[in-house]
Write a protein that binds this ligand. Structure first.
Ligand code: IMP
Ligand code: MG
Length: 185
């Protein structure tokens, strides 16, 4: 269902890369797949990576047909400079003890791969029963670390995108679509 009031593109946004309906269809498809894959598991722990995944995680969870809890983790981000350093820092940990649990990490976008690589290695030390990863978006061309995704929404080119949780300097997170930004600097 498309919202009746779709915010118009601002000056520094070039085009809509993925519209709201296309995102929602993909989220439903991913939720169906995850529900099927975890049908024999009695409980799943969904861990959203803040802040970028908050909308994706919320939409995805509400379509899961498997019993689950929701938790969040926050890691250091690019800030407003749109550049990766490879230095990932844990800012806020999950509340839940992950030992023996089936854990699904929900990311907004996989770019260099440093964030997810750090998170997977960190979570593995907590001895979960299983650990899988999902990202809505994937910039394959930007990968610096070899990290695999179990579920993925869309492959996108190497451009800066905003909307549906993703930001540029904390702006545009609540756009219902994914838009490409004008290159900055
Ligand atoms: P990685 O560690 O380089 O894979 O970076 C992943 C994180 O960088 C994502 O979770 C996003 O928060 C952020 N990021 C990477 N590319 C974009 C983008 O195009 N728009 C907004 N955030 C991005
Ligand atoms: Mg993120």
């Amino acid at each position: 269902m498309t919202s009746l009031t779709i915010p118009p593109l601002k000056d520094d946004l070039i085009r809509v890369l993925i519209d709201a309906d296309t995102i929602q269809r993909k989220v439903s498809e991913l939720a169906r797949q995850i529900t099927e894959d975890y049908k024999d598991v009695d409980k799943l722990v969904v861990v959203g990576v803040l802040k970028g995944s908050f909308i994706f995680a919320a939409d995805l969870c509400r379509q899961l047909g498997v019993d689950h809890s929701v938790d969040f983790i926050a890691l250091s981000s690019y800030g407003s400079t749109a550049r990766t350093t490879g230095n990932v820092r844990l800012i806020m940990d999950v509340r839940e003890n992950l030992a023996g649990k089936h854990v699904l990490i929900v990311e907004d976008i996989l770019d260099s791969g440093h964030t997810l690589d750090y998170l997977k290695r960190n979570f593995k030390t907590r001895k979960p029963a299983s650990l899988k990863t999902i990202a809505l978006l994937n910039k394959q061309d930007r990968r610096e670390v070899d990290v695999t995704l179990d579920y993925m929404g869309f492959d996108i080119p190497d451009v800066w995108v905003v909307g549906y949780g993703l930001d540029y300097a904390e702006r545009y997170r609540t756009l219902p679509y994914i838009a490409e930004m004008k290159p900055v600097g």
